[in-house]
Design a protein. Structure first.
Length: 306
């Protein structure tokens, strides 16, 4: 199976984001690297493999939706289709990536007491109390990033993503909400990550009995890793004529984790470029062609072998 997602992130601040521009061997536009270049490579690899002769097995092309949010496309895919191996053509600069980080989204709410801004004895500031949470989260992030890194994936981390609170300048805010993201490694699960944040709030309550805060898990996806000695890795190295290619890990999450959890050994291999999720995004056109050729050769070898 060759698999890639068709959705993109937003286009705020971009001019004509979906008008492709070919400049200096680079194709510019939203989604060019993430991941229409990979989609083009895998679709044309199927054409090349069929033209040159796919004498055994079956090649599945899966162009799916929603990877940039909840991956409902990948979930639907694995409910109906199976393969002996898969390549997700996310951008890897033509390196072979055997793993990536996971993520977990949470919402923390702090509660105060609404009152007129001139009456501090009556009010409790929920936003000020969220400041304590942010301070504790920053310290936790430093501890996570100070740990010994995973050889391919680096360290876990977290960041505050969105915050909201207050109704007007002259009132004490009674609620403040924070949404955060925790990037995870493959030795972490939802329970351990949620417990880490629950303990953080417990410490704040112990320090101040009037502190009120709660945690809500929103969504998560696990990290993923395929052993570098797996036959699919060896086959792609031969097919891409990259026997000495570095095996790497990716910092971002991908649908490979969904395929892997469904029993489909998966890795990542895609073209290079720059500007993922930024205002100027491009893919290297020559990389798309090299990716295509490697995938076509892999399809012929893997289908014969399996």
């Amino acid at each position: 199976m060759f698999c890639g997602h068709t959705d993109t992130v937003g286009v705020e601040g971009m001019t004509a984001p979906f008008d492709p521009v070919d400049r200096g061997g680079r194709l510019y536009g939203r989604g060019s690297q993430d991941m229409k270049g990979g989609l083009a490579a895998m679709i044309d690899a199927a054409r090349v493999a069929a033209t040159e002769g796919l004498t055994a097995g079956r090649l599945i092309i899966a162009a799916i939706v929603d990877e940039e949010f909840a991956s409902i496309g990948a979930d639907a895919l694995v409910s109906r289709w199976r393969a002996d191996g898969a390549v997700v053509t996310e951008p890897t600069d033509l390196h072979i990536a055997t793993g990536h980080k996971g993520f977990a989204w949470f919402e923390i709410e702090t509660r105060g007491r609404a009152a007129h801004g001139s009456r501090p004895r009556e009010g409790r500031d929920a936003i000020m109390r969220m400041g304590r949470v942010l301070h504790a989260l920053e310290a936790l992030d430093r501890r996570l990033q100070a740990k010994a890194p995973h050889p391919l994936l680096g360290t876990a981390s977290l960041h505050a993503s969105m915050i909201d609170g207050g109704a007007e300048l002259s009132s004490y805010p009674d609620r403040c909400t924070l949404k955060l993201e925790r990037r995870t490694l493959n030795d972490e699960d939802d329970g351990s990550v949620s417990g880490e944040l629950t303990a953080l709030l417990d410490r704040l309550r112990h320090a101040d009995p009037e502190f009120e805060g709660s945690l809500r898990a929103l969504f998560s996806r696990p990290a993923y890793e395929l052993p570098s000695s797996h036959a699919l890795v060896m086959a792609l190295r031969r097919a891409a004529q990259a026997q000495d290619a570095d095996v790497v890990g990716m910092s971002f999450w991908t649908d490979a984790a969904v395929l892997g959890a469904a029993g489909i050994p998966s890795l990542l291999f895609g073209p290079g470029g720059a500007g993922l999720h930024s205002r100027e995004e491009y893919v290297e056109i020559a990389d798309v062609l090299r990716c295509r050729d490697g995938l076509a050769a892999l399809a012929r070898e893997w289908c014969r072998a399996t």
